[in-house]
Ligand binder design. Structure first.
Ligand code: MEV
Length: 433
């Protein structure tokens, strides 16, 4: 523990690795070998990754897979997925093929507004604060001109700033609630820079105005973006909906609809239902270098915006037409951040045709809807385990160091049976006897 006093961050990478290995591992040599195994032999690439974060020891790989044949608004896409969970990519590919033969996915951008707030306290007369806000608002805009001029050239900028009285929720608490358009960038740095300048101007001018009790608490963008939303949708006639011979099309459509309604009314189910949607969304968000934590936080806040956590997707049958759609808030960027830095992010974006941020919102939402469709189709027909375990089989076999021959025998044995971890291990052991 003496190393902490020296300052771990000041050590070289090799020193950090040695310190970790000797202080935390029974077999330091083995620990060091694992870290080195994941190091990239291309030094400049390794340096790039080392510098993304602090105290980097090595790389943590996730597989990058692709789901081809997505038709979105008549255009063909191959979508990249960075994810560790088996069966997600297969499910997306299957849903892409299914809906590709039925007109493809359609999307609509419902809004692109981003939000940021300066949180402050004030103890005086509310009327005076209102007068002060009207006085200072033009200065809030003029004193951020240096920050906003480039964004304005690209068609974005500050849309509005409002004074919000939150004193009923918390004594003396007010906000400057600002809205922004950030075009193809996610906009976090732009928004936070504007907000910090608002805070300075707001505080400085208040003293000139004769107000002394304004205390700036903090200035930060919000990851809740209920007006930065995209809709992804599929539809077809009920008669075209089913490919499973064990159930009629209309029975399947009704069952599917009920499954969606259950997620709309039952939070326990809604969370899992939405988790399936996020399997698609997070994987594409990650592959395209976007901030999946921000997206996750914003999506679940949106799912509970009316006071109760509910499904992000909805379905209806009208005049024999089945429609299934998803509304999802997505603050994404295709410029800035990791997009120009990470070689695989650049690869993913180029594979998607270097989309604008709104086009990427559409693609990501479609990946979410495709996942949700695939999950509900399995859940309401064969059950999830049959397909899932088929895809997971390889993980179990690798875990038990199965040979190529053993893998083939196990896979053909479980071809038409639902596998489980124990059944696979039992069968593998019977082969080895
Ligand atoms: C598993 O990763 C996702 C599902 O649980 C989603 C769902 O239940 O809808 C299959």
């Amino acid at each position: 523990m003496t190393q902490n006093k020296v300052g771990f961050s000041k050590l070289s990478k090799e020193e950090k690795i040695n310190w970790i290995a000797t202080n935390h591992f029974a077999n330091p040599k083995e620990a060091i070998a694992v870290l080195h195994q994941y190091k990239n032999s291309d030094e400049s690439l390794q340096k790039l990754h080392d510098e993304f974060i602090e105290n980097t020891l090595t790389n943590f790989y996730l597989p990058l897979g692709v789901a081809p044949n997505f038709t979105i608004n008549g255009k063909n896409y191959t979508i990249p997925f960075a994810i560790e969970e088996s069966s997600v990519v297969a499910a997306a590919s299957k849903a892409a093929k299914f809906w590709g033969a039925r007109g493809g996915f359609k999307t609509t951008i419902l809004g692109t507004e981003k939000i940021g707030q300066v949180h402050f306290t004030y103890e005086g007369d509310k009327q005076i604060l209102n007068e002060y806000f009207n006085f200072v608002k033009p200065f809030l805009l003029s004193e951020t001109e240096d920050i906003t001029k480039n964004m304005q050239k690209r068609g974005g900028g500050i849309s509005d700033i409002q004074l919000v009285d939150k004193t009923e929720a918390l004594e003396n608490y007010y906000q400057l609630h600002a809205t922004f358009q950030t075009k193809d960038s996610m906009g976090a740095n732009f928004i936070n820079s504007c907000l910090e300048q608002f805070a300075k101007t707001f505080k400085n001018k208040s003293e000139e105005f004769g107000i002394n009790s304004i205390q700036i608490v903090m200035s930060i963008l919000s990851n809740f973006v209920p007006n930065c939303v995209v809709r992804a949708e599929v539809s077809c006639s009920v008669s075209e909906l089913n490919e499973d011979k064990n159930i009629t099309s209309s029975e399947f459509a009704e069952k599917f609809l009920t499954a969606v309604k259950i997620a709309e009314v039952e939070p326990y189910r809604a969370v899992t239902h939405n988790k399936g949607i996020m399997n698609g969304i997070d994987a594409v968000v990650l592959a395209t270098g976007n901030d999946f934590r921000a997206v996750e936080a914003g999506v679940h806040a949106y799912a509970s915006k009316d006071g109760k956590y509910t499904s992000l997707s909805h379905a209806k049958i009208e005049n024999g037409i089945f429609t299934f759609w998803l509304d999802v808030p997505l603050a994404l960027g295709t410029v800035g951040g990791l997009t120009n830095l990470h070689p695989l992010v650049k690869f993913s974006l180029e594979m998607l045709g270097n989309p604008s941020a709104t086009e990427l919102m559409e693609i990501v939402a479609v990946a979410g809807l495709a996942q949700n469709f695939a999950a509900l189709r399995s859940l309401t027909t064969s059950g999830i385990q049959q397909g899932h375990m088929k895809m997971h089989l390889n993980n179990i076999l690798n875990q038990h160091k199965a040979t190529k021959e053993e893998k083939q025998l196990v896979i053909s044995h479980f071809e038409n049976k639902t596998a489980s971890h124990n059944l696979v291990v039992d069968f593998l052991e019977s082969l080895r006897k």
